[in-house]
Design a protein around this ligand. Sequence first.
Ligand code: AHR
Length: 506
Amino acid sequence: MTTASLSVDRRHIVGPVQRRLFGGFVEHLGRHVYDGIYEPDHPTAGPEGFRRDVIALVRELGVSTIRYPGGNFVSGFRWEDSVGPREERPRRLDLAWHSTETNEVGLHEFATWLEMVGSELMLAVNLGTRGVQEALDLLEYSNVPGGTTLSDSRRANGRDEPFAVEMWCLGNEMDGPWQVGHRSADAYGALASQTAKAMRMLDPSVRLVVCGSSGSYMPTFGEWERVVLTHTYDDVDYISCHAYYEERDGDVDSFLASGVDLDHFIETVVATADHVGAVRGSTKRIDLSFDEWNVWYQSRFAEDEQIRGIDTWPVAPRLLEDVYSVTDAVVVGGLLISLLNHADRVTSASLAQLVNVIAPIMTEPGGPAWRQTTFFPFATTSRLARGTVLDVQIDVPDYPTAAYGEVPLVDAAVTWDEETGTGAVFVVNRACAEPTTVELDLAGLGVDVRVTDAVVLADPDRHARNTLAEPERVGLRPLEVGIRAGRATVTLPPVAWAALSVTAQR
Ligand code: AHR
């Protein structure tokens, strides 16, 4: 059996655990909003139409900031359609997903739902079909207390207090030819800079995210970031990153190493941003907002799901409803480890998405809501990661992958909360056939180290899933831990993700 050893020292810190790292993403897409979070006829729905069973699961998931309302959807969206009396709101074509948007749920309703789930609103503005003025109008409507036409119209629409939105995305995936209003890096960079400057004149407290690449596979990756940041460096706080992974052609070894690719992606964007800063002689630092990341079987979407035709614009069709396996969940756990290990620069992130659409939570109209396999690593990491991320030293053999060459069999992240004397270890075993024993040297956390809880996500059938018929087939199981003199030992089954809660005396 393979053995890995891991050690940490509480003085060696990567960065603080930012709560915004555990964000989510709700797009008007498929059955995400309608028949997902909003289903007025559902037995659990409240008077405002939101499903209480879904709210309970979103709370349990522990999502901090939720990006809204898209995604590709936002690039054709007129925000004014989504406010005011419901019966007067227009039905519109959504070009991104070839659907009809009824606007039954808009800014006010979504903000109400966010209060119910206890999450923060992150808004995206449309820089596809629209520009500076419409972004300013939405900001004024949302954040100005009153005394202007737009802010008073918000009050007349039932919201006396401003929404006070701090996080703003300047468009979505503007590098992608599929995006409505797609532009060159130069054209987008100039527009984003003008928009950002004007938004800051209106509200200096906003935190602005400029669009990076839709993925590191994009032919313009790297150069897009350089050009866009050259235009916007002084105007924005974050550059966005998006990444989706899937198991391609049965190559599970590469798929399980997705976190290695994410590490490389993050480090490349950080280097590019710092290069632009260096050329400008700037001491300012641009952080990364990884505001779309997940496992997504995009090849399936391309093959059979796309809706076409001038006479076919369904409301809330079933789109992107991936059913996740144990392997997918282990990859999600590994991606979270990668995000945590870059906590010094990735200070905001959004799992894409939340309900029904490539989501940790699924629902059936009139029926139950349940947790997908990917729910478990996210909820556990969000709950346990507190304080600071520590620099983990791992000694482990590599294994070969077709996509990324030789990669370590085990990856891990450790968080430590100095105030409470508690910490957490998150660890992934990428070995497909063999268990791996992991020896954790935790003496650097303090004396009298104890493991108070340990759970593992793994299954003899790595393809096992939770479905409507079997919603609790996969879940977390207790993991046996041996501990002696500050050293813990666990044996992880093949394709496994695990979390350990620890305490120590300082
Ligand atoms: O999350 C699904 C889609 O993926 C989003 O709308 C888009 O931004 C990305 O391409």
